[in-house]
Design a protein around this ligand. Structure first.
Ligand SMILES: Nc1ncnc2c1ncn2[C@@H]1O[C@@H]2COP(=O)(O)O[C@H]2[C@H]1O
Length: 359
């Protein structure tokens, strides 16, 4: 089948997203689910309103969790109040000797343990996008360590050389000047921030009870987790780096956004957003012009790299009641839970930009 290269790239992106969604959602009717997923990649104007119930279930995928909502998935990476400082990502680092010599470490485990660890990894936001092969490499590389009650695992300001998953026990996290921030229990992970940014530890973590942890070394984390998605998502990431609210995000998070966004095309006159829509999204314009309206009066025009829908995500009352495509519009649409899950990282910029907009 011949396709121009841009179209081919888009086709592969859509197909990959659909398959990843399928793997994450594990629906009862996979074929129907996949068909629906592909169908939703069509321009909105060509879709009808029918939705498979499994799509609602997919929204409960581990990634789709609210920051700080401890009642939902425990694998949330950034507990409530966690405001990582904006630092450059490691993607531009040059390759060191250590990296060149790197071979994935392996620590022997029985089959049952390996299967369980792979399941745990696929539920974790930072690992869920990895291929089966890479998940297996990470599972092999995990080393079981024991930490007696009261001992430190991570000391704030030290250099980070591993991240951890809890196998057994409970641990607490303290930040200087703020005190106790959160606790960790079975399958929770911590210690990834210093690895992502090649930086120092942002908190102290110590065992409350005798604990067992799976330790993942920095180099395996970097080689597998940070490098995995970069070439595939580069076009999308390139676009995000030109958008004020997203451009300081680590590339791993941008790649997660890529996975969970919908790329949609709207024809002129199509109502992209209406105050009566139940689901909330953040809309980011890639191409074209959208017009924000109030009672059929145009109140604002937005173009490429601009976004709307954020005010309703914040639950703010907006003066506008809908957004329409004025020209053909290509838009990235992000579901509210995805934006919620990274809100701590983007909220300052979002608030600043929000005050200029009506929707
Ligand atoms: N408020 C917080 N500030 C910094 N780190 C936190 C916070 N809450 C949880 N953590 C975790 O504590 C870890 C300490 O080491 P890292 O900075 O590598 O990664 C950090 C996060 O995984």
């Amino acid at each position: 089948m011949f396709m121009p290269s841009e179209e081919q790239e888009e086709f592969q992106r859509i197909l990959q997203n659909a398959i990843e969604d399928l793997v994450n959602a594990r629906p009862s009717e996979p074929i129907k689910y996949l068909a629906q997923s592909l169908y939703q990649s069509l321009p909105v104007a060509e879709q009808n309103d029918q939705e498979f119930p499994e799509f609602a279930a997919a929204r409960n995928h581990p990634y789709n969790v609210r920051v700080g909502d401890s009642s939902s998935n425990p694998n949330v990476q950034y507990p409530e109040g966690f405001v990582p400082s904006r630092r450059p990502s490691v993607c531009g680092e040059s390759i060191s000797e250590e990296e060149l010599a790197w071979r994935p470490p392996t620590f022997d485990k029985d089959l049952g343990t390996l299967t369980r660890l792979k399941e745990m990894l696929t539920k974790n936001i930072l690992f869920s996008h990895l291929s089966e092969e890479n998940i297996a490499t990470v599972a092999d590389a995990l080393e079981l360590i024991e930490i007696p009650a009261g001992e430190l695992v991570i000391k704030q300001h030290d250099t980070g050389n591993a991240c951890y998953f809890v196998e057994e026990g409970s641990l607490k996290c303290d930040v200087e000047g703020r005190g106790h921030v959160c606790n960790y229990a079975k399958e929770d992970s911590f210690g990834e921030v210093a690895l992502m940014y090649g930086n120092i530890r942002g908190a102290t973590i110590s065992a409350i009870t005798d604990s067992k942890l799976w330790k993942l070394d920095r180099m395996t984390y970097k080689k597998i987790v940070l490098n995995f998605m970069l070439p595939k998502r580069s076009k999308f990431v390139e676009f995000l780096t030109r958008v004020s609210i997203f451009n300081t995000l680590p590339e791993t998070i941008m790649n997660e956004l890529a996975k969970h966004s919908h790329h949609l095309v709207y024809e002129p006159g199509y109502v992209i957003y209406s105050a009566s829509h139940a689901d909330r999204y953040l809309y980011l314009i890639e191409k074209g012009v959208a017009v924000i309206k109030y009672k059929d009066k145009d109140v604002q025009r937005l173009g490429p790299f601009e976004f709307f829908g954020d005010r309703s995500i914040f639950g703010e009352v907006t003066e506008a009641d809908r957004a329409e495509a004025e020209t053909d519009c290509c838009i990235y649409r992000f579901p509210e839970p995805i934006i919620d899950s990274i809100l701590d990282l983007i909220k300052d910029e979002l608030r600043e930009q929000s005050s200029l907009k009506l929707l």
